[in-house]
Design a protein around this ligand. Structure first.
Ligand SMILES: C[S@@+](CC[C@H](N)C(=O)[O-])C[C@H]1O[C@@H](n2cnc3c(N)ncnc32)[C@H](O)[C@@H]1O
Length: 242
């Protein structure tokens, strides 16, 4: 079993933009998702993208005039984000997202934790901790936007084998092994090497978060919440500071 950061550096980060399809298509999807939120953030507002990856949301936010703090533990993905964000107001920060507050010097207009990043946290209590930290960092009227996969109902049998992406050079397949509070994600990567295929496998744990639990965590701290369907079957929850 790998840690999340080892899993990304050893297997996922080098193929992450391939996995997402094309970078421009991913940035377009990120922009559509931001637009659909209708947050009406003022130009120049400071926002944070926690687990920003290569910038699927950070870059559209910056293109819309936001100043973006992009936090991620993967230096490989942040290097790609820096390249894509050339000339935009994006500050990349290589750190654990649970420590994001140490990098925030003024109140934030919004915090984003998108694309199933939330389930990468090691413990359920870390979700509650993060919700509290975000609440204390947001300005009045600020938003905390989360999208994640609902793993609370286990997939059974063959449904646990998920074809992620394939082309003539690579095949990425995911196998899910359910535990009580967590799910072990086994990523199986086949890559063409001359006339043969090379196979690498790496596994890490994700949290089995239910949307109801996340909503309860947000409302306990004082957020008003809305829940909607997100992209690719993810759940989207928007918490707003009254
Ligand atoms: C599934 S990707 C989502 C990336 C991006 N938000 C998107 O929607 O494309 C999860 C990201 O979270 C990062 N990550 C996971 N756990 C983290 C942690 N504890 N601190 C910082 N980054 C983390 C990973 O490196 C990865 O870039």
């Amino acid at each position: 079993m790998s840690s999340v950061s080892d899993h990304y550096s050893q297997l996922l980060a080098p193929v992450y933009t391939w996995m997402a399809g094309s970078v421009e298509a991913a940035l377009d999807a990120g922009k559509s998702e931001i637009d659909a939120l209708q947050l009406k953030l003022p130009a120049g507002a400071l926002v944070a993208d926690l687990g920003a990856g290569f910038g699927m949301h950070a870059i559209p936010l910056a293109r819309d005039g936001m100043r973006v703090l992009a936090v991620d533990s993967s230096t490989e993905l942040l290097t790609e984000l820096d390249r894509l964000a050339d000339g935009l107001a994006v500050e990349t920060i290589a750190d654990d997202l649970l420590s994001f507050r140490t990098h925030v010097k003024e109140k934030l207009a919004a915090v984003f934790c998108m694309g199933d990043t939330l389930t990468h946290l090691p413990e359920h209590t870390h979700v509650d901790f993060l919700v509290q930290e975000v609440h204390e960092t947001l300005a009045p009227g600020g938003h905390f936007v989360l999208t994640f996969r609902d793993y609370s109902e286990p997939l059974i049998g063959d449904a646990r084998f998920i074809p992620v992406r394939s082309d003539e050079r690579r095949i990425l397949t995911c196998f899910l092994e359910y535990e009580e509070d967590t799910v072990v994600v086994h990523d199986i990567l086949h890559e063409r090497a001359g006339d043969a295929w090379e196979t690498r496998v790496s596994s890490y744990r994700k949290l089995r978060l239910s949307p109801e639990r996340v909503v309860a965590s947000l409302e306990t701290i004082g957020f008003e919440t809305r829940m909607q369907p997100g992209l690719r079957g993810l759940v989207r929850i928007i918490g707003t500071v009254p």
